[in-house]
Design a protein around this ligand. Structure first.
Ligand code: DGT
Ligand code: CA
Ligand code: CA
Ligand code: ZN
Length: 586
C-alpha cells in the first residue's frame, strides 16, 4: 500500500473538488469537498488513525459521502471514485493549473469551449486570438497568460528547496544504507544552501561503483534513466528533478566533494590558489605541476584538510560562492555561522484568528516541542480581508488570550502578542499607533499595490520603517520564488533606514519566500541591521521552515550575534520595543 498521510487525504478531497468544478458540477457539492479538506487539515486529533479504523462518524465538516471515501482511501490506499473522475480528462490538462492566473473555472471554460487540454494548446490559442474572444477572458488576460506560459517555461527546470529536500534526504539515506558505500554526500547547489536548485548531485565513495549505480537507478522514485556510465549516472525523478550520481574511491572523495559542491566561481579561485603552490587541483587529487614543486600533503581524507593544505581555514559550503570567502579564510576572518541550536524563539506566525490552521495553544505547544523559549504571534490586520485579518476588537481579544496563556506557561515559555500589520499604499499602517502600542511587537508587511514604481515603493516602505512601533519589516521584497518577482525596491536605502531607525529586517523562512535574499545580508550586517528569522508559519508544521531560514542566514554570513531570535527570553522583550524609546533620527 502506498504511504498515506493526512496530506494525502486533504489532497484527494481538494483534487475531487477541482475535478467536479472542471465538470461543472453543483457548487454546493464542490464546496462540501473543499470545506471537508479544511476540516481534515484542522482536525485536532489523529485523523489518519480514525480514518484507517473507519471511525470518522460525526466529525464536523465531514458528511456521509466524504466519510466513506476517506475510509476507503485510508484503509486501501486508493480511491476508485477519484481515479474514475480523473480518467475523464486528458492528463496534460492538469498542467494548466501550473500557469499563474488559471484556476478550475478558467481551465474548465478553456477545455469546454476551446478544447484546450495542454500548455501548448493554450499558447497557440492565446497567440491566434481565440482566448481573447472567449467570454470572461479578453485580450488583456490572453497577454497575461502568454507571459505566465513564458515564466513557466523559464522555471521548468528550477526547484525550490522544499520541492527537493525530502527526496534529497531519502536518496542520501538510501545510498548511505547500501553495503558497498563507504561515504556518501549531496554536493552541488543543494549543499551550498541555494534558495533554488536545478538538479541534485550525489557523491558516493565505494570500491564497487557498479553495485551503487545499479542500486541508484532501481528505486520506485526513479521515473527514467537519462544516462549511465562507469562513474556518472543521471536519473529523473517523478517530480521532474534530475539527480546526478558520481562514484569515486575513498581517497578521491574529499576532492570530488569539494569540486562538485562548487560553486564554479569558488572552484576557479581555489584552483588558482593551488597553482600558486605548484599543484593542479581537480576532482580527484592535487598533482605537482613540475618535479621542483613541493609535494602536496599525503593522506588527505577530509575537505578541511584540502583547505588547510592551501593555507585556508575550513570554508563552510554555504559560503562557497566566490564572494570573498577565500580571502576571509586566509585572513582567519570567516564568520562563525549561526547554528540551529542558537535559535531560542521566532516571530511572525499565524493562527486560526486570521489565515492560520492552528490555535494559539497548538502553536505554543508545537514551539515548545521544538525546544523554543518564546513564540511571536502576528496575525494579519483587517485590510488583508482575504486572509481574515483582525480588526481592533479581535486583536485586543487575542492580546488578552495571549496574556492568559502566558500566566500558564511562565516562566519557561512565553507567547508575544504582535500583529502583521499591512503597509498601506501610502506607507501608513493599517492600525493607529495607540493600538500598536498595546502590542509586544509589530511586523509590518506589504500585501497589496505591488505595481508601484521603485521610488514610490521605497518611499512607502521607508515611512513604515520610521514608525517607532514597527519592530520588524516583514518579507521585504514580496517575492514568491519561481512565481512572482520581487517588487521594485531600492534595498541599500531600506538597509540604511533600518539601521538608522533600529528597525529589524525579517528573513522570511518560508521556502516560497526566503526574503530578504541571502545576497543582501552581508551588507545589512555591515550597516548594523539586525535579522529576525521568521517561518511565517500557518500550521504547526510550518514552524519547521525555520530550517530553511537558517540555511539562508548562514549563506548570508550571519552569526548568532546578528540574529534577534538568538536572544534568550530574558533579553528579547526589551529588544522588541527598544525602538519606541530611541531618539528619532532626522
Ligand atoms: P545547479 O545549477 O543548481 O545544479 O547548481 P550546481 O552548482 O549544483 O551546478 P551543477 O550541478 O552543474 O554542478 C555541480 C558543481 O560541479 C558546480 O557547483 C561546480 C562543479 N562544476 C560543474 N561543471 C563545472 C565546470 O565546468 N567547471 C568548474 N570549475 N566546475 C564545474
Ligand atoms: Ca546541481
Ligand atoms: Ca549536476
Ligand atoms: Zn505576510
Amino acid at each position: 500500500m502506498p504511504d498515506i498521510s493526512r496530506e494525502t487525504l486533504i489532497d484527494a478531497l481538494e483534487r475531487i473538488a477541482t475535478l467536479l468544478e472542471l465538470k461543472g458540477e453543483n457548487p454546493f457539492k464542490i464546496r462540501a469537498y473543499r470545506s471537508g479538506a479544511e476540516a481534515v487539515r484542522t482536525f485536532p486529533g489523529d485523523f489518519l488513525e480514525l480514518a484507517r479504523n473507519q471511525q470518522l462518524d460525526g466529525i464536523k465538516g465531514i458528511g456521509d459521502a466524504l466519510r466513506d471515501k476517506l475510509h476507503t482511501l485510508a484503509s486501501t490506499g486508493t480511491l476508485p471514485f477519484l481515479d474514475q473522475l480523473q480518467a475523464e480528462f486528458p492528463p496534460s490538462l492538469f498542467d494548466l493549473f501550473d500557469i499563474a492566473g488559471l484556476g478550475p473555472k478558467k481551465v474548465a471554460a478553456l477545455y469546454r469551449d476551446l478544447a484546450i487540454s495542454s500548455i501548448p494548446d493554450l499558447q497557440r490559442a492565446c497567440q491566434n486570438g481565440t482566448v481573447a474572444e472567449l467570454p470572461g477572458f479578453g485580450p488583456k488576460t490572453a497577454a497575461k497568460l502568454l507571459d505566465a506560459i513564458q515564466a513557466h517555461a523559464t522555471y521548468a527546470d528550477t526547484f525550490r528547496l522544499d520541492q527537493v529536500a525530502p527526496a534529497a534526504r531519502e536518496i542520501l539515506d538510501f545510498l548511505r544504507d547500501h553495503p558497498a558505500t563507504s561515504r556518501a554526500e549531496i554536493a552541488g547547489s543543494f549543499r551550498r544552501g541555494k534558495e533554488t536548485v536545478h538538479d541534485l548531485d550525489f557523491l558516493v565513495a565505494t570500491p564497487h561503483p557498479q553495485a551503487i549505480t545499479a542500486a541508484f537507478i532501481s528505486p520506485p522514485w526513479v521515473a527514467s534513466v537519462i544516462a549511465s556510465g562507469p562513474t556518472k549516472t543521471s536519473v529523473r525523478l517523478h517530480s521532474g528533478v534530475q539527480c546526478d550520481l558520481r562514484t569515486v574511491t575513498n581517497a578521491e572523495f574529499p576532492f570530488a566533494l569539494a569540486y562538485f559542491t562548487g560553486s564554479k566561481e569558488h572552484n576557479i579561485q581555489l584552483r588558482a590558489r593551488a597553482l600558486k603552490r605548484g599543484w593542479t587541483l581537480n576532482e580527484y587529487r592535487f598533482t605537482p605541476t613540475s618535479p621542483e614543486a613541493p609535494p602536496p600533503p599525503p593522506d588527505l581524507f577530509e575537505e578541511a584538510q584540502i583547505h588547510r593544505a592551501l593555507g585556508l581555514d575550513f570554508i563552510d559550503p554555504a559560503l562557497r560562492e566566490g564572494a570573498g570567502e577565500i580571502e576571509a579564510a586566509e585572513a582567519h576572518t570567516l564568520p562563525r555561522l549561526i547554528e540551529l541550536e542558537n535559535l531560542r524563539g521566532t516571530f511572525h506566525n499565524h493562527t486560526t484568528a486570521s489565515d492560520g490552521h492552528a490555535s494559539l495553544r497548538e502553536m505554543a505547544e508545537a514551539a515548545q516541542e521544538l525546544g523554543l523559549q518564546y513564540l511571536g504571534i502576528a496575525d494579519h490586520s483587517h485590510s488583508s480581508v482575504q486572509a481574515n485579518g483582525l480588526d481592533a476588537t479581535r486583536l485586543r481579544h487575542q492580546i488578552a488570550e495571549i496574556r492568559a496563556l502566558n500566566a500558564e506557561f511562565a516562566p519557561h515559555f512565553q507567547l508575544f502578542a504582535g500583529s502583521e500589520v499591512d503597509i498601506l499604499k501610502d506607507g501608513s499602517l493599517d492600525f493607529p499607533d495607540d493600538l500598536l502600542a498595546e502590542l509586544d511587537y509589530v511586523v509590518a508587511s506589504v500585501h497589496s499595490s505591488f505595481t508601484l514604481n521603485e521610488a514610490a515603493m521605497t518611499a512607502r516602505i521607508l515611512r513604515a520603517i520610521e514608525n517607532p512601533y514597527v519592530t520588524i519589516l516583514g518579507h521585504p521584497t514580496g517575492r514568491l520564488l519561481l512565481k512572482r518577482e520581487a517588487y521594485p525596491l531600492h534595498i541599500p536605502t531600506i538597509l540604511d533606514a533600518c539601521a538608522a531607525n533600529g528597525t529589524i529586517i525579517e528573513l522570511n523562512a518560508n521556502p516560497h519566500r526566503l526574503d530578504l535574499d541571502w545576497r543582501w545580508w552581508r551588507l545589512a550586517k555591515e550597516k548594523g541591521v539586525t535579522c529576525a528569522i521568521n517561518p511565517d508559519a500557518h500550521t504547526v508544521h510550518g514552524l519547521q521552515d525555520l530550517w530553511y531560514g537558517l540555511k539562508i542566514a548562514r549563506k548570508g554570513w550571519l552569526t548568532r550575534r546578528d540574529v534577534l531570535n538568538c536572544l534568550p527570553l530574558s533579553q528579547v522583550t526589551d529588544a522588541l520595543t527598544r525602538k519606541r524609546h530611541l531618539p528619532r533620527p532626522h
